[in-house]
Design a protein around this ligand. Structure first.
Ligand code: SF4
Length: 90
């Protein structure tokens, strides 16, 4: 497996609100990356993360005792030597 697939640098934190129990540990583990509402429940829908935020997002997902958070990983696009990048659509 290539390195970009093993260690992607971009992803999205996704919350399953039906599982969230309002522990607030995710916010502590992510140093505030995951925000909480006034009752201590995680306050996000889909949160894109990259770079340093990936480490904090992983920490939040691992720390959640209710398994309410998931990190969807986005592998970086393959760079093929000599290939031209596609122009933007707009
Ligand atoms: S740690 Fe998990 S259960 Fe607790 S607030 Fe965060 S997402 Fe919700």
């Amino acid at each position: 497996m290539t390195d970009h697939l093993r260690n992607p640098s971009q992803g999205t934190v996704v919350l399953d609100p039906s599982k969230c129990r309002g522990h607030g540990i995710c916010s502590l583990a992510s140093r505030g990356l995951i925000g909480l509402d006034e009752w201590g429940f995680a306050e996000l829908n889909r949160l894109p993360v990259e770079g340093r935020s990936m480490r904090l997002a992983r920490a939040a997902v691992l720390a959640c005792p209710a398994k309410a958070l998931a990190l969807e990983l986005l592998p970086e696009p393959l760079l093929i030597p000599g290939a031209q990048p596609e122009p933007p659509l707009f």
